[in-house]
Design a protein around this ligand. Sequence first.
Ligand SMILES: NC(=O)C1=CN([C@@H]2O[C@H](COP(=O)(O)OP(=O)(O)OC[C@H]3O[C@@H](n4cnc5c(N)ncnc54)[C@H](O)[C@@H]3O)[C@@H](O)[C@H]2O)C=CC1
Ligand SMILES: O=C(O)C(=O)COP(=O)(O)O
Length: 335
Amino acid sequence: MSKTILVTGPDLDPAAVALAKEHGFDLVHTPAYAESAVISEHLQASGAVGIVSRMGRIDAEVMDAAPQLRAISKHGVGVDNIDLAAAAARGIPVLVASGANAVSVAEHAIALMLAAVKRLLPLDAGLRAGRWDKPGFAGRELDGATMGLMGMGAIAQATGRMAQGLGLTLVGFDPYAPDSVFEALGVTRCETVDELLARSEVLSLHCPLTPDTREMLNAESIAKMPKGAYVVNTARGGLIDEPALVAAIRSGHLAGAGLDTFASEPPAADHIFFQEPAIVLTPHIGGVTRQAGARVGVEAVRGIIQIVAGDEVPQSRIANRKLLADAPAFANVEK
Ligand SMILES: NC(=O)C1=CN([C@@H]2O[C@H](COP(=O)(O)OP(=O)(O)OC[C@H]3O[C@@H](n4cnc5c(N)ncnc54)[C@H](O)[C@@H]3O)[C@@H](O)[C@H]2O)C=CC1
Ligand SMILES: O=C(O)C(=O)COP(=O)(O)O
């Protein structure tokens, strides 16, 4: 059996590369943001038994190009780019590195919030262009404001803790999280998304992108937020109807936004966000720190090594565990 792992995107952290090498695995790469057909070609040419998924879709077509494939490891958490059902139908576990990048992404959410609320980028740009934009400027304090957390998982919890340090009060919505998660952090549980929206002076998105959450923030739902509120999105761009967000800022209903992710990445050069100075933008970089990169890379590679070796992997790390349990025995894999 081949001992090759295909990474869809840039190099992994050196610690992950070393772990692969130690276990006799080679790492090969596709270009960043490769189309499915290009990923398929790389899988066939390399005979890879595992994929570390960073960029690009891993769909049924890709899996069918690689009957030798044993495991798919997300380089992180969000598996919206992977067809979980197609993987389960082929007996392929999809692994996630839960929590491994949570602190880095939470720090990024706080940075985006502060940059948007304190208008750091327009003020910096004005100063560099020779303006002293102090007369007439009125910022806002965050102490005492309410932050709404959409999703109460690892990143939301870390963001919430940091926001509490700045004096924000927390409310949250997560239909799947137990009360204990809210209670441990002192977060008021909202029973509906509408209640969350109505209470959020800063709304920070931390839920996965699914059919239920796609464009959950649109013209209608934004209208339910308080006037002058801010949106922070370090989760997935597809959670937001992007033109509706810009329209709400231009109408004065929202005061601004801090966004790390786009509905389509990388965005087109003329993306509507680039014309709106009240939006602070970063290129899906929240989890890209040396510290998180080491933890995530090692977890991602370790998961593939364990599956290939037939070792137990904690069920909580398998994103398609329920689908796998229901799937017929897989006949198409080289054991
Ligand atoms: N910007 C970046 O670099 C990164 C972005 N992400 C994104 O952040 C998301 C959250 O990551 P984690 O907190 O680590 O994941 P997590 O799995 O710990 O938490 C996600 C939470 O969302 C909840 N949820 C699911 N459906 C929901 C719904 N319809 N409404 C409200 N809540 C819902 C789940 O119950 C869970 O508690 C990921 O799905 C990913 O898309 C993750 C890591 C890096
Ligand atoms: O964990 C996630 O879902 C991510 O978005 C991580 O992205 P990355 O592979 O660190 O560029």
